[in-house]
Design a protein around this ligand. Structure first.
Ligand code: UDP
Ligand code: MN
Length: 308
């Protein structure tokens, strides 16, 4: 869309309430929000916004190690997304994602035999789950919520304590560790974090379950990364499944599909932690002073190649 490149600079600052929330539930250890005075490091409801330099990765790692946690990472690779993105996503995850922790990858695909063999580090496992292929790419994307909901009620739910759910069309480029974990985690969208609220691409059609009225919506979150505890994710996925079913019954589809419903959910149920755009960055945006160390980089959008 044409407005994509519009830039409105919103001055940012540290949380006015200076005091950071108690962080017993999010494993960050000592946060240093003052280390990044040029960006917003705390939401209005007291959740930390994690920027490079605002946490101590060693403390975060130690805390997770002490609790003997297993961290799940789910990713869908259906149709041509498998050959195009999956190997690099997994290989770079081995280098950067929760290094030193117990990790279980869950790869959902309609062609389990085609999943590439990636050498896994100690304490890391990969499970491949069959998922039927939907015809439309929008349906592949939206159906992820239903599949995830089922998986969270099954083995994934039993073996992992925290789960991050990600798009496959990206690769890790820097350390993505336990500082990203919390009861519920949302990702600031790289293209939209500087936009004024009224311009954010929320669903505005009042017939849709995803609708947000003018003045509603805290941030525009990116569905390429979200996560949390089993309980939080089960309620998130249940909300989205139900909302999408309602829309389908009315013959409508939200503007950005599952992402629109995710944004509605996080408006109603505030995330316990927000990840800065450094955690899921689009290199096409170019250099920005506040983007110090990107953790995940989007692949260039090659829709003609991967979508039918
Ligand atoms: N996806 C897939 N096959 C498809 C369409 C989507 O595997 O045909 C999965 C894949 O994990 C992808 C995610 O759904 O990253 C979301 O789709 P996409 O990345 O194309 O959406 P965008 O990021 O462009 O909004
Ligand atoms: Mn994507």
């Amino acid at each position: 869309p044409a407005v994509r490149h519009l830039e409105v600079f919103i001055p940012m600052g540290v949380c006015p309430s200076a005091r950071m929330p108690l962080l017993s539930d999010n494993f960050t250890g000592l946060l240093r929000p003052w280390a990044r005075p040029e960006v917003l490091t705390c939401t209005s409801w007291g959740a930390p916004i994690i920027w490079d330099g605002t946490f101590d990765p060693d403390v975060a790692q130690q805390k997770v190690g002490q609790q003997n946690l297993t961290i799940g990472l789910t990713v869908f690779a259906v149709g041509r997304y498998l050959e195009k993105y999956l190997a690099r996503f997994l290989e770079t995850a081995e280098q950067h994602f929760m290094v030193g922790q117990r990790v279980v990858y869950y790869v959902f695909t309609e062609r389990p035999a085609a999943v590439p063999h990636v050498a896994l580090g100690e304490g890391r496992q990969l499970r491949v789950e069959y998922v039927a292929r939907e015809q439309r790419w929008q349906d592949v994307s939206m159906e992820r919520m239903r599949t995830l909901h089922e998986a969270l009620g099954g083995r994934l739910g039993r073996e992992a304590h925290f789960v991050l759910c990600m798009d496959v069309d990206q690769h890790f480029s820097g350390p993505f560790g336990p500082e990203a974990l919390a009861e519920s985690v949302a990702q600031l969208h790289a293209w939209h974090y500087r936009w004024p609220r009224w311009l954010l691409p929320f669903e505005r059609d009042v017939r849709s379950a995803a609708v947000l009225a003018p003045g509603e919506g805290d941030f525009y979150y990116h569905a390429a990364v979200f996560g949390g505890s089993m309980a939080a994710l089960r309620s998130l996925t249940a909300h989205c499944v139900q909302a999408m079913r309602r829309d389908r019954g009315r013959g409508i589809e939200a503007r950005w599909h599952d992402e629109s419903h995710l944004n509605k959910f996080f408006w109603l149920h505030k995330p316990a932690k927000v990840l800065s755009p450094e955690f899921c960055w689009s290199p096409e945006i170019g250099e920005r002073a506040e983007i110090r160390r990107p953790r995940l980089l989007w692949a260039p959008k090659e829709y003609a190649l991967v979508r039918d």
